[in-house]
Design a protein around this ligand. Structure first.
Ligand SMILES: NC(=O)c1ccc[n+]([C@@H]2O[C@H](COP(=O)([O-])OP(=O)(O)OC[C@H]3O[C@@H](n4cnc5c(N)ncnc54)[C@H](O)[C@@H]3O)[C@@H](O)[C@H]2O)c1
Length: 259
């Protein structure tokens, strides 16, 4: 099950964190992976780790908010991997230097970069690959969102949450429009992820060395924060042949934090 041999995947923001975990999971199932990131060095590092496992992978460094760069970057990745993108994972969603601030003091000068990245950046990537997917009669798009896209918090992330809510709405409409073309489009809305990239007790130390994070982890019903590999496993299912009947959904992946 979940064999992705012969599929070409593009994962945005995959130079670190959740996106790198998604790239690892897709490659482990046999997909060739184009690793996008704004930071070329990060994309290169993820590619090197994938290639070391025997996977096919290329770096695709571009800014997803730049529509022309997205088109050119997708074309270059498709040429390098000798095949069109069958699987798109829109993971880039944390703007560089993201800050937390109550809405009353969060001025409009900072709003657009959240919406540009999460709504328009995802839309640019979808439009770069959707014609090809529909023409071939098969495609999979997974949008990475956050519980903050549909649940209010007091964390000072209102515009970030609104940008995630916006793209969740886009996914529902696009999924309906392309459902008859063999293309599924779903959203995974994540709960709080561990900043430790290698999971519990890996070489970078104990799972949650920060007391504040330990406290947050205890509030999660399964007793820990999320890990990139948790997300990778869910993405593998959503992009598989087996998930053909799953589309247009927003799925919370959060250790049971909301049910
Ligand atoms: N970390 C969490 O607790 C958490 C919780 C809920 C949802 N999410 C979502 O998960 C996704 C990944 O989060 P993360 O914590 O791994 O983020 P991260 O900041 O660790 O990594 C994201 C990567 O995206 C890249 N990036 C940023 N802007 C880009 C752009 N314009 N074009 C291309 N690449 C760009 C960055 O260079 C970075 O390498 C995001 O969509 C985020 O909103 C994260």
């Amino acid at each position: 099950m979940y064999d992705l041999t012969g599929r070409v995947a593009l994962v945005t923001g995959a130079g670190q964190g959740v996106g790198a975990g998604i790239a690892r999971a897709l490659a482990a199932q046999g997909a060739a992976v184009a690793v996008n990131d704004l930071e070329a060095a990060r994309a290169d590092a993820t590619v090197a780790a994938l290639v070391a496992t025997g996977a096919a992978a290329v770096a695709a460094p571009f800014d997803v908010t730049d529509r022309d760069a997205v088109r050119a970057g997708v074309a270059a990745a498709e040429a390098a991997l000798r095949g069109p993108v069958d699987i798109l994972v829109n993971n880039a969603g944390v703007p560089v230097g993201m800050t937390m601030s109550p809405f009353r003091t969060f001025g409009p000068a900072d709003w657009s970069r959240y919406v540009d990245l999460n709504l328009y950046g995802s839309a640019h990537c979808m439009q770069a690959v959707l014609d090809g997917m529909c023409g071939r009669g098969w495609g999979r798009i997974v949008q990475i969102s956050s519980g903050a896209g549909h649940t209010g918090t007091r964390l000072g992330i209102s515009i970030y949450g609104a940008s995630k809510g916006g793209v969740e709405g886009l996914v529902r409409h696009v999924a309906q429009e392309v459902a008859r073309d063999g293309v599924t489009v779903n959203t995974l809305a994540l709960g709080l992820m561990s900043p430790q990239p290698d999971g519990p007790d890996g070489p970078d130390g104990p799972d949650e060395p920060d007391p504040a994070l330990t406290s947050l982890a205890r509030q999660v019903p399964v007793g820990r924060l999320g890990r990139p590999d948790d997300v990778g496993a869910a993405v593998v299912y959503l992009v598989s042949d087996e998930a053909a009947w799953m589309t247009g959904q927003t799925i919370d992946l959060n250790g049971g934090a909301t049910t």
